[in-house]
Ligand binder design. Structure first.
Ligand code: NAG
Ligand code: NAG
Ligand code: NAG
Ligand code: NAG
Ligand code: NAG
Ligand code: NAG
Ligand code: NAG
Ligand code: NAG
Length: 511
């Protein structure tokens, strides 16, 4: 049986926390009420609480912000044009030409990446690992599947790794057609263009200051058939026991304003993140836990999405984008390379433009009934792709320079005593939450300064509140908060000495 908890104790702990955390170093926005006295009836601010402060998106340092405007729409256009000019980048297309087919395309990407990586003075390692894939449905002949990747080794925690992916293969309506023109400009040369820009922009930076954790920027192959390239990459990392804390997959990130519904949404990018619908792909114990407690929206992938949205919110004046979180692993009936990472047990999300234009994906280029079909470069908005790149660089670079996501964050599921007779005090039934973390965490991560508890009403997408822990609280390894775990869900995140914050860790029951 649980031990009796004293409400008096709770008040003491909370009193200290409030004193520590309501200091004016936080610019908490004022709570606003409607003129009729009701606060936001569509999403009532519930549970009411004075624990912590309303969440203010983390801010980004000046160096990182200065990198974001460097995405160059003209270069993006030129990369995409070069990729389109290979005529087809079908996974089974020819490899013995320097101008046509997937072999020419990957050799060009590798050469270009090597060239762009030169200012890094060796801090960026470019390689093209391949494996032999036998023919399968959709893949009419056996081929080498090759990824082109740039690796930047972290200087504090090189094992912890964040992976950017975009696929460079293209297709037509007939997925086995490996000879005819398949420009694949938006799908997905746009994502390869971002990969090249990431290498170009980061090269001079990492020559002087490598990130704390490692970054891999990969152009992967064979997506259209069966996610071959990304699966190869994810399994390679899994087999090497690499601590992959996020896959940032980009697929179809080329059009905002040139879409038929223009000019809607040209400053929005969607993030798809999976929940427990991918049961077999996640840790089964975690899935049971999340489903049985109603915390099914707290998968590592959704926390990664929240992290990107929050970091972007703090720098939206520079990215010029907003992030829309979609609680699905991908669009209905479709998938992408992040699923290879989910299958390997790693968190992963997919960035995609807000309104896909189905006239220009997978279509055979042609005019039919007066409509231009085909994934042609004229339908790509290079400014939009550049803005998408900024959101990627910002979030990957921020994660790789923050301390790692905490491990082992737990909460006590105990609710105290239900009344068994008239002399059971009513307040033995508790509505508080007791949270635990690793009190030795600071000795394991040199980047870590302190943890921060974040929480939100269960129906909110994003964290609404935050409560940084003082060093004494860190060392205690536990806190009791007057917020009912019936109404709220908690996360724990790491805060670095320079204020950078990690994605949050979900809370699981401590028993
Ligand atoms: C290139 O490869 C294709 C198919 O693999 C073959 O038909 C063609 O003859 C080759 N061309 C040259 C110049 O080797
Ligand atoms: C699709 O393309 C392949 C390879 O060119 C060809 O063998 C097949 O007949 C095509 N399928 C259809 C339905 O056209
Ligand atoms: C990963 O390891 C498994 C099991 O040893 C092996 O079958 C698989 O080929 C490996 N995959 C890669 C990409 O190294
Ligand atoms: C990297 O991290 C993983 C997962 O946290 C761990 O299993 C592995 O042993 C670590 N590898 C090294 C070389 O530290
Ligand atoms: C995780 O935390 C719980 C509760 O604080 C503790 O009992 C357990 O030993 C920890 N597990 C690991 C692997 O650190
Ligand atoms: C009544 O409840 C109190 C507190 O739960 C308990 O200590 C006591 O034994 C109970 N008395 C009876 C007769 O069950
Ligand atoms: C928690 O329970 C106590 C005792 O029943 C009650 O006074 C208090 O209002 C409750 N707090 C919340 C946040 O529900
Ligand atoms: C248009 C499109 O979606 N093309 C491919 C690019 O990647 C997505 C998802 O990764 C796939 O659904 C498509 O096959």
């Amino acid at each position: 049986m649980p031990s009796l908890r004293s409400i008096f104790n709770v008040l003491i702990v909370v009193g200290i926390s409030t004193a520590l955390h309501s200091s004016d170093s936080f610019n908490a926005p004022p709570v606003t009420f409607g003129s009729n006295g009701f606060a936001n009836w569509g999403a009532a601010d519930f549970p009411p609480s004075d624990v912590g402060v309303p969440l203010v998106p983390q801010s980004t340092d000046a160096l990182t912000l200065s990198l974001l405007p460097k995405f160059d729409p003209n270069r993006i256009q030129s990369y995409i044009q070069t990729l389109v000019n290979f005529h087809t980048r079908h996974t089974a297309s020819i490899t013995n030409s320097t101008t046509v087919g997937i072999g020419a395309a990957r050799n060009w990407i590798q050469k270009e990446m090597e060239e762009l990586a030169k200012p890094a003075n060796g801090a960026i390692k470019v390689s093209m690992p391949c494996y032999f894939q036998v023919a399968q449905p959709g893949l009419p002949r056996s081929v080498d599947i090759c990824n082109v990747q740039a690796e930047i080794k972290g200087h504090v925690d090189p094992n912890r790794t964040y992976v950017y992916t975009g696929h460079y293969d293209s297709r037509r309506i007939n997925i086995s057609d490996f000879t005819n023109y398949a420009p694949g400009a938006d799908d997905n040369a746009s994502a390869v263009a971002i990969a090249l820009e990431l290498v170009r922009i980061l090269a001079p930076v990492v020559a002087k200051t490598p990130p704390a954790a490692s970054i891999i920027i990969a152009a992967v192959a064979g997506e259209e058939q069966d996610l071959y390239g990304s699966n190869f990459l994810a399994q390679t990392l899994k087999n090497a026991s690499v601590n992959v804390q996020g896959n940032f997959n980009n697929d179809i990130v080329g059009s905002g304003s040139n879409a038929p519904f223009s000019p809607l949404n040209q400053h929005t990018i969607r993030i798809f993140s999976g929940g427990t619908e991918f049961l077999p792909l996640l840790d089964p114990d975690l899935v049971d836990e999340l489903l049985s407690t109603g915390y099914q929206d707290d998968t590592p992938s959704r926390h990664l999405g929240r992290f990107i949205q929050e970091v972007n919110a703090g720098a939206a004046h520079v990215t010029d984008m907003q992030v829309s979180l979609i609680y699905k692993a991908d669009r209905n009936g479709r998938g992408g390379d992040h699923m290879s990472f989910l299958s390997a047990g790693f968190p992963g999300i997919r960035f995609t433009e807000p309104q896909e234009d189905f006239f220009h994906q997978h279509q055979d280029p042609r005019v039919q009934d007066g409509i231009q079909y085909g994934d042609e470069i004229e339908f790509v908005d290079f400014d939009y792709t550049a803005r998408s790149g900024r959101v990627n660089l910002l979030s990957i670079w921020s994660a790789a320079n923050a301390p790692g996501t905490p491990t082992n964050f737990t909460y006590d599921t105990d609710i105290g005593f239900l009344a068994t007779n008239e002399s059971t005090p009513a307040d033995w039934l508790e509505n508080i939450s007791t949270l635990y973390w690793d009190k030795d965490a600071k000795s394991k991560d040199p980047l870590l300064d302190h943890f921060e508890i974040v929480w939100r009403p269960l129906a909110s997408q994003q964290w609404t509140h935050m409560m940084p822990l003082a060093q004494t609280e860190m060392a205690a390894g536990t806190v009791r908060l007057p917020i009912s775990k019936d109404n709220a869900v908690f996360g724990l995140r790491s805060v670095g000495k320079d204020g950078k914050k990690s994605p949050a860790m979900y809370a699981i029951s401590s028993d």
